[in-house]
Design a protein around this ligand. Structure first.
Ligand code: F6R
Length: 366
């Protein structure tokens, strides 16, 4: 059942080229510029006209929501809020009829997310679901939705469900942007092609698995970790830190890199590993100076860089390369080495990777 792997988590990590392709199957064909999600047909107009999109979820699904915030704002110029379902439901939030709520959940059973949906529904909002489990409570409670089609996720730490959520949310954002005419035909064409190439790019990250394992070995007994990223890589920093906490029980924090100097920089010394998401994108120069700030305080830096980068490898202790992708698709490749790093560290520490202590696959109580 684990297909020859030691754990479900590593099987699911390595499945991602296929699961990402599955979440696009029948929906995207770049060759003839085809992009269509069945569940979106009757709601595309509504999304295009929405005054605001509110994304709700918990944990990793909330991180996928954060990526979607960048996507919808950048591509479709729609005002977006990303909410922890648990806070949203108890806050008496302002919800209007032309708000569109997108609820994100792998299991489709998360109690707080379900309650947030019921609340938004009672205020007249339209709810769109992005779920993995077919026929789940959340899938049934929403007005419409698009399944992620990642296949069953057994490992408690979410991996392939996250990349499938991000893939589907990207498809939706591109479809809405096309309808609104906020992206050119040329950009549309480019993005569809770039998305289709993602499974192959994820496959290429796996070529560095043994290097990542070596790095994991060096840091197995670290007591803390900091993850930093900017822009599309900021949610990835949060997700990387969450993965490490969940399965290795190492304390880890994710931050937007620029926030470091507002506090966390006080933590940096030679015992503090800092994982930088430093791919070559619009915040590259800014990230380079953030790396300098950490190195000046003798922090130990592991940088996720774009293939062929020659500057950052000179500055840091360890690098892991990922292939170059269109900037808005960055999370789909940059999260992969972080999943592997946390997996290898947890295994080396002898943790129960698939069933970490205190955690359940679906959180059906609030
Ligand atoms: C992280 C993890 C949790 C879930 C969260 C939401 O690896 O597994 O943080 O992401 O409990 O679960 P779903 O997506 O099922 O609503």
């Amino acid at each position: 059942e684990k297909g020859g792997y030691d754990h479900f988590m590593i099987k699911e990590i390595f499945e991602q080229p296929r699961s990402i392709a599955d979440s696009m199957r029948g929906r995207l064909r770049a060759a003839d510029m085809h992009l269509q999600l069945g569940g979106l047909n009757n709601y595309l107009e509504k999304l295009a006209c929405a005054e605001r999109i509110i994304l709700v979820g918990c944990g990793t699904s909330w991180h996928a929501g954060l990526v979607a915030e960048y996507l919808f704002e950048e591509l479709a110029r729609i005002n977006v809020e990303v909410e922890y379902a648990s806070e949203f439901r108890y806050r008496n939030p302002v919800i209007r009829e032309n708000d569109m709520v997108i609820a994100i959940s792998q299991s489709g059973e998360t109690a707080d997310t379900l309650a947030a949906i019921e609340l938004a529904k009672s205020k007249g909002a339209t709810i769109f679901g992005v779920c993995n489990v077919v026929g789940s409570s959340i899938a049934r409670a929403t007005h419409a939705g698009a399944y992620t089609h990642a296949g069953p996720e057994i490992g408690v730490a979410s991996t392939k469900a996250f990349t499938a959520q991000v893939t589907v949310l990207t498809l939706i954002a591109i479809a809405v942007a096309r309808r609104k005419n906020t992206i050119s035909e040329e950009t549309y064409r480019q993005l569809l092609g770039a998305l289709e190439a993602i499974p192959g790019k994820v496959e290429k990250v796996f070529e560095h698995a043994s290097r990542i394992k070596e790095i994991a070995y060096i840091f197995t007994y670290a007591r803390n970790f900091i993850y930093l990223g900017r822009g599309f890589n900021f949610p990835v920093a949060l997700e990387g830190a969450l993965k490490l906490k969940e399965i290795s029980y190492i304390h880890a924090e994710g931050y937007p890199a620029a926030e470091m100097k507002h506090g966390p920089i006080a933590l940096i010394d030679e015992d503090m590993p800092v994982v930088f998401l430093a791919t070559r994108d619009s915040s590259y120069e800014k990230i380079v100076s953030n790396i300098q700030e950490v190195k000046a305080r003798r922090g130990r830096v592991i940088a996720i860089v774009t293939e062929g980068d020659t500057l950052i490898p000179e500055m840091v202790d360890f690098v892991i390369e990922v292939p170059e992708v269109h900037e808005i698709l960055t999370p789909l490749v940059s999260v992969i080495p972080l999943q592997l790093l946390s997996y290898y560290i947890a295994v080396m520490r002898g943790r129960n990777v698939d069933q970490p202590r205190n955690l359940a696959k679906s959180v059906t109580v609030e």
